[in-house]
Design a protein around this ligand. Structure first.
Ligand code: MLT
Length: 448
């Protein structure tokens, strides 16, 4: 009895030790996520992950959505056209849809029912990915089917942990930097530079054709390259990728190649996969996705290729550790969605995908022409669904706001992709055609 009273007293005192009084001194403004800025009062004694406190702001795309909604609140009759987030708008075509529907229907039958699948994905889908998309360059056992490239980047970061140095293109898709910060790979944000200490920023600009000089950049353990690039819309040439692979091999770096937009490539001899480059299997991982060309942004299906021979410095196969991450924290992509993925890779599905890509690239062409006619320098849009417009020195957030107010068109300020994106605006070609045409008419008036 005496003992349990003592335990109770101890428990109470430790409970009290994190009871936070309600006086103002203990209140703080949590503003590292501007989309959720709010006065918070502690209700637990759990310390916040210090890496999250380093994050400079909310994730880019919700922040854009927040500003759009704020504008709508003030202007309820506004007719906003979104050329912002790269979200698909065209319906899933019939052969691919049939794959999804059949996948769902099978679950209602005794013979067709399935529960958990392999965490790495269905064997037939892994085989089809290897055969149809890589022409056998990679083995099905090297393919990990997932719920998308963004989620895989986070899982890849889990595998690398806090002790690696990452290098990113500047500007770049924000997930590489933000997940590096979350993992604890960085120090604080250098406010003046707009860069985190501890990350290597590889400059991409008009002068270097938006592809970094990797050899001239400090060595990093992990090098993130996205081609066709988000946000610039520029696809890396074979020579550029050969040089990158060479440098990564010489330096013992791992190249994480994001090929989520690869099927949009129309220029001849531009690689659609890093594994088209000799030696890449010794140094590269590739992340990929069905999102942007099969209309799967909401359906969710992607994959990552980790070559069998890729090893860490102690000789452990990278695939072994990635498999450990996947089997521990992922239960496999939905079996319905994987049936849809198989339909994508059928001859009929591939034809439908080509038609969808043509549609979005035509949109990109309309956007390109509009800005070129207005006298702007425009990049991307021929091998990618994004165009990147030089604002001739104007602030990208100011231009974003001006266009939202004058034209009711949502764009993405280049600065949202890193300091190297300042002075540019990214426009997505994923809106419906009539929206793109209408947006261009409004932009002509607003930006003339
Ligand atoms: C983008 O707009 O950059 C992307 O669509 C966002 C994403 O794919 O996560």
């Amino acid at each position: 009895m005496k003992l349990s009273l003592a335990v109770l007293a101890l428990t109470l005192s430790s409970a009290l030790s994190f009871t936070i009084p309600s006086n103002a001194a203990h209140r703080r403004t949590v503003n590292s996520d501007t989309s959720m800025t709010t006065q918070l009062q502690a209700t637990t004694g759990v310390a916040r992950n210090k890496n999250f406190a380093k994050l400079a702001g909310g994730y880019l795309f919700p922040e854009i959505g927040r500003r759009r909604n704020a504008y709508l609140e003030q202007n309820p009759s506004a007719n906003i056209i979104s050329l912002g987030i790269g979200d698909t708008t065209q319906p899933i075509p019939s052969a691919i849809l049939k794959g999804l529907v059949d996948g769902a229907t099978a679950l209602g039958t005794q013979d067709g029912y399935s529960g958990y699948g392999a965490e790495q994905g269905k064997a037939d889908l892994r085989e089809k990915i290897s055969e149809v998309l890589y022409n056998g360059l990679i083995d099905p056992s090297e393919v990990f089917v997932s719920d998308g490239a963004k989620c895989d980047i986070q899982r890849i970061q889990n595998m690398f942990g806090p002790d690696v140095i990452s290098a990113v293109q500047d500007p770049s898709y924000p997930v590489y930097v933000d997940t590096s910060v979350m993992m604890g790979q960085t120090q604080q944000l250098d406010e003046a530079k707009g860069q985190y200490d501890g990350i290597v920023y590889m400059e991409c600009n008009e002068a270097n054709g938006f592809y970094p000089d990797v050899a001239a950049s400090p060595r990093a353990d992990v090098v993130y390259i996205c081609s066709p690039n988000n946000p610039t819309g520029v696809a890396a040439t074979r020579a550029q990728l050969e040089e990158t692979v060479k440098v990564c091999k010489e330096r013992g770096s791992i190249l994480v190649f994001d090929a989520a937009y690869a099927p949009f490539i129309r220029s001849p001899d531009v690689p659609k996969s890093i594994f088209e480059i000799e030696g890449a299997k010794d140094c590269a991982i590739e992340v990929n996705s069905f999102s942007k060309y099969a209309g799967f942004t909401g359906v969710r299906l992607g994959w990552t290729v980790v070559p069998e021979g890729l090893k860490f410095s102690d000789g452990t196969p990278v695939r072994q550790d990635f498999n450990r991450v996947m089997t521990t924290s992922f239960n496999g992509a939905s079996n319905i969605v994987q049936a849809g993925g198989l339909a994508c890779l059928s001859p009929a599905g591939m034809k439908e995908i080509e038609t969808l890509i043509d549609y979005y690239l035509e949109n990109a062409g309309i956007l390109r022409k509009t800005f070129i006619d207005l006298g702007y320098n425009v990049y991307g849009g021929t091998d990618a669904p994004y165009i990147f417009v030089s604002l001739n020195g104007k602030s990208s957030w100011d231009t974003f706001s001006e266009i939202l107010e004058k034209a009711e068109v949502v764009t993405i300020p280049g600065a949202g992709f890193g300091p190297g994106g300042e002075g540019f605006l990214r426009l997505s070609a994923f809106a419906p055609r009539e929206g793109v045409i209408e947006a261009c008419e409004r932009l002509k008036k607003a930006m003339a």
